[in-house]
Design a protein around this ligand. Sequence first.
Ligand SMILES: Cc1cc2nc3c(=O)[nH]c(=O)nc-3n(C[C@H](O)[C@H](O)[C@H](O)COP(=O)(O)OP(=O)(O)OC[C@H]3O[C@@H](n4cnc5c(N)ncnc54)[C@H](O)[C@@H]3O)c2cc1C
Length: 503
Amino acid sequence: MSEKKYDAIIIGGGHNGLVCANIIAKKNKKVLICEARETCGGLANHEIINYIPSIPNSVTQSIGGLNLQYNPKGSIALSESGRHIRLIGNQHIDHATISNFSTQDADRYLEFDNKMTQFSKTLGGFMMDPPPRVMNNSFSDYLKLFKLGFNVRMMGKKRFNEFARMIGLNIADELEDNFESVLLQGLIAHDAVLGSNLGPRSPGSLINLLYRMAIHGNSLFGGIYEIEGGSNKFISVLLDKCSKNNVEIKTSASVKNCLIENDRAIGVELHNGEKVFGKTIISNADPRSTYSSLLGSQNLDTDVKRRIKHHRSKGRVAKLSLKLNKIPEFNECNNDDLNSRMVISPSIDYIEENFNPSKFDKLSSEPVLEICLKNNNENPSLDIQVQYAPYKAHGGWENIKDDYVNSIIKIISKYANNIENCIDSKTLITPDDLEKNYHVSGGHWHHGEIQIDQLFMLRPIPGAAQYKTHLDGLYMCGAGTHPGGGMHGISGKNAAKVVLGDL
Ligand SMILES: Cc1cc2nc3c(=O)[nH]c(=O)nc-3n(C[C@H](O)[C@H](O)[C@H](O)COP(=O)(O)OP(=O)(O)OC[C@H]3O[C@@H](n4cnc5c(N)ncnc54)[C@H](O)[C@@H]3O)c2cc1C
């Protein structure tokens, strides 16, 4: 029998891996992280992240507190005419803002906000813990199911019917039923599809928005922050905790596969041939990599192989960074606006027309953009989430990247005439680049779509929804597990709870 040096070996030092490692190590367990890149943090990196939710209390408490400062950010829907809509997540102020465009929209916005907040709270109550295992016959799982049913029941019959109606609905129908301002529709629809492979007319885009709200403090436009010092600050705090909790970290240590003995994971083999043994192995890699590469398709039965083959994880968001020599002048925008989350998504049809070519791996010349001005004086930059950039683009990314970047800049120039003169350098990171450089297969924001068949007790695939894979001793803790991606660490925290229960 091999020597089990560690209680837990974590494959990948993304923020979920680091959260998971700290929680387990705090219980006096010996933990090792093997990270493929030269540094930890994964996608929680300043070149990827724009805005984040606040890290939930349940996560911060389980790692003994995080000393982070958050700056709240408003959202501004840019209009070519200069009549922008600015929303901050305060009902009173947002109502007054929307009234300038339409009093009917303003009143309807309050109703919509209240309804969506209630629904997101109902979902959110289910997000902070591992999902129940339906056929498990365990008291705690029954209790969780009962709690969910109870929360839904407490909505009242009318709201419950509305909730059930909306679950599979597309966001476009709901917004067009409620609002006349196409700019307002475009802004809300943007947030419903950000990070996903859905257009606003795709069924399920509404639940995507509820999901986002549940992570962002159950608010439509509140609960959006920048961390002071950027996302790298969060990672450095987690790394400090690791060193205090005696977590060992190997960087540039790419894991080739799991070592398996008697149908149980007993360790990992690195690409350099080194073998390390542990009682439990936890993968922070995405589900497809975990199953296909680390576990190995030769070790999967036909049913599991089929499920992982059909797991949808093709990314659709690219990241463009424009390093600036001066701050561009955006039409009719003041300094507060420049410090807000600027969104170019002028209507539902604009987004849908942009989404359509991506279904055929083609590019739209008018992408949907979320723009973040990072202004640390010496090196200002515009960091832009570009939706929908296909994972594998027709013509090959290497041949079309430059034209695509130019089309993005052309779009921005409609809102900031002098943008071209402000740019020193441009870097576009595509989903394909994310796969190669960040080791996320498909380069997906959530390591896998947030859609009804890949959520809750079905995330990432049936039979592996409680952070345990189909192989004993091998667990998952990344964004591909419940509740999904974004920088919040809930998956890492939940996985640690499950692993500690088994150690
Ligand atoms: C373009 C883009 C923009 C985004 N913008 C935002 C944003 O603005 N706000 C927000 O909240 N979220 C954003 N996200 C989502 C967020 O970044 C991710 O959901 C989150 O960081 C995932 O964290 P994780 O720890 O689960 O996984 P990851 O960050 O992917 O970490 C996994 C780690 O495992 C390592 N690894 C993988 N395989 C191996 C192996 N075989 N051996 C060793 N190590 C391995 C990887 O190198 C990586 O470090 C964005 C995502 C994308 C793609």
